[in-house]
Design a protein around this ligand. Structure first.
Ligand SMILES: Cc1cc2nc3c(=O)[nH]c(=O)nc-3n(C[C@H](O)[C@H](O)[C@H](O)COP(=O)(O)OP(=O)(O)OC[C@H]3O[C@@H](n4cnc5c(N)ncnc54)[C@H](O)[C@@H]3O)c2cc1C
Length: 487
């Protein structure tokens, strides 16, 4: 217990993304004094929500939604009470947003439709945005405005570091945060709500929890470093869904940037002329490079499993593709690097070649040597691809898109890393958004919402994350407000 509290509020919300918005706005509407602690500096807040495709799920029917969620979870079941609360609350997202001052509009949300139409209940899926189009932070800008126009204090560059817990009752009394490298003690008279996102940028947690991942990077916020997982564990929380994540895909990660760049040539809906394959460290292909995964999952023996990404992976391509135009996605509608860092790509790939992001060589043998691959195997892999592609078929993985054989050298390579949108795991919560211990009992005065310990245990329906942020952010705040202040 600190000798003095530096500041206090009824509800302390840790993290200013969609879940933090739903919790703080709901709390404020119910008359609570709310403070948000945010790790990022002002202008870089908003987490993954800010750079997402901006769609959120509003299901049309609670019964169907419950059926669909149960089917998405498959053998990784979640308690019926959680499913029912999720299903009921996900139908109310539009009503809530409209009542708070937003403008929900149904959109097709092009990257994902009904993601698993073959599963029962999938007709309940309806995707909404607050803005005229996909991406461009529109929905986030609305969310942020809902906080800004209310008396909710936001402290930027103030990460939560530790939860302050009563040694006897185990109730959470406040948060030890940090500002200008100094500790700040924040008293939470009623409750703390953890909404600080996942562990996308914590390589130790990635190695510990994500299946088959020696490393993985995100295309989202660099500030989500698993702090909520550590803070919750330190006060006795159970964890769940730690091995589930929205990924992997394959993308470019360079030392100059914390997060990944997507590659146009790998995108299922984008055609770039020229020969292109991806090989693993053995110089062989391991997948259909243009396959549209379902948030990283691919079908295997009748089941959905994460795409296997043998690291390091190399995208190998020919002169025609290099000369066609930028290899990086020029559409800046979503992801951290285009939206926040606003990296200016060269239109002819020359700057990226000069930086060493692209490797060039006159022959395949030289390229293989530069990459540390076996030249004979790489040459054989390309020859095999050329043989099939020349006749319009993929000799190994049934790829149907961009089946061009390789032309003349020079040849090029880009090292690819596994990339993800977000993790789903974190402290386990119950139907009241209370964070619970391994025995299922709640840790008093501690709530959570959003992708930190999300409900998605296995398959994921796109737009479900932001939808869940809104649903459980509201639940957490309602429950927190109902608490009596602890002094
Ligand atoms: C490129 C991309 C596209 C996506 N598209 C969609 C989509 O269209 N629809 C959808 O539903 N989902 C989408 N997702 C997933 C979705 O964006 C996230 O799961 C969701 O926005 C998470 O919201 P959140 O509030 O839980 O966390 P976030 O929005 O990530 O916010 C967490 C906040 O906590 C802060 N924080 C971290 N640690 C601390 C700390 N110690 N103290 C204080 N603050 C801290 C972070 O800086 C951040 O501001 C996408 C993700 C990405 C990366």
């Amino acid at each position: 217990m600190p000798e003095n509290w530096d500041l206090e509020a009824d509800i302390v919300v840790i993290g200013f993304g969609a879940a933090g918005v739903a919790a703080s706005v709901t709390g404020c509407e119910l008359g609570a004094d709310v403070v948000i602690l945010e790790k990022a500096p002002e202008g870089r807040e908003g987490g993954n929500t800010r750079v997402a495709g901006q769609g959120y799920l509003n299901t049309s029917d609670a019964g169907q939604a419950a059926t669909y969620l149960k089917a998405l979870c498959g053998p990784y079941t979640v308690p019926a009470a959680m499913v029912d609360v999720w299903a009921a609350e996900m139908c109310r997202n539009n009503d809530w947003l409209a009542a708070m001052g937003g403008d929900p509009q149904e959109h097709q949300h092009p990257p994902v439709g009904i993601e698993f139409p073959e599963l029962p209940g999938s007709d309940c899926v309806h995707k909404f945005h607050d803005g005229p189009t996909y991406g461009y932070s529109y929905t986030w800008k609305r969310f942020e405005s809902l906080v800004k126009k209310r008396p909710i204090r936001v402290l930027y560059e103030t990460p939560g570091r530790e939860l302050i817990q009563d040694g006897a009752t185990r109730a959470i009394l406040g948060v030890r945060a940090e500002r200008d490298s100094k500790p700040v003690s924040v008293k939470a008279r009623k409750a703390v709500v953890l909404t600080c996102g996942g562990f996308e940028n914590n390589q130790d947690m990635i190695r510990n929890y994500l299946p088959g991942m020696p490393y993985c990077y995100t295309s989202g916020s660099p500030y989500n470093e698993g702090d909520g997982v550590s803070m919750a564990m330190a006060v006795g929380a159970d964890l769940w869904h730690m091995n589930n994540f929205a990924g992997p895909s394959m993308a470019l990660k360079v030392p100059e940037f914390d997060t990944t760049f997507s590659m146009q040539a790998l995108h299922f809906s984008k055609e770039m002329p020229g020969g292109m394959i991806v090989v693993g460290p053995d110089g062989r292909r391991f997948t259909d490079e243009k396959f549209k995964t379902r948030h990283g999952k691919i079908p295997k023996n009748g089941k959905w499993m994460p795409l296997v990404t043998p690291c390091p992976m190399y995208m190998i391509f020919d002169r025609e593709m290099f000369a066609t135009g930028p290899l990086y996605d020029m559409n800046p509608s979503h992801s951290w690097n285009p939206v926040v860092e606003q990296y200016q790509r060269s239109t002819d790939n020359s700057a990226e070649l000069a930086k060493g992001w692209i490797t060039a060589a006159e022959t395949l043998d030289e390229l293989a040597e530069a990459l540390g691959l076996d030249p004979e195997t790489l040459t054989e892999t390309v020859a095999r691809w050329n043989q099939g592609a020349g006749k319009g078929w993929d000799p190994d993985f049934g790829r149907e898109l961009m089946l061009a054989p390789f032309g003349e050298g020079p040849f090029y390579a880009v090292e690819l890393s596994p990339s993800m949108l977000n993790t789903q795991g974190g402290p386990r919560r119950n139907e009241k958004a209370q964070v619970v211990r391994p025995d299922g009992t709640p840790i008093p005065r501690l709530y959570s919402a959003g992708e930190l310990g999300s409900i998605y245990s296995y398959l994921y329906q796109g737009t479900g994350n932001i939808g869940e942020c809104l649903a459980f952010g509201r639940i957490a705040a309602r429950e927190a407000v109902a608490q009596a202040a602890w002094e």
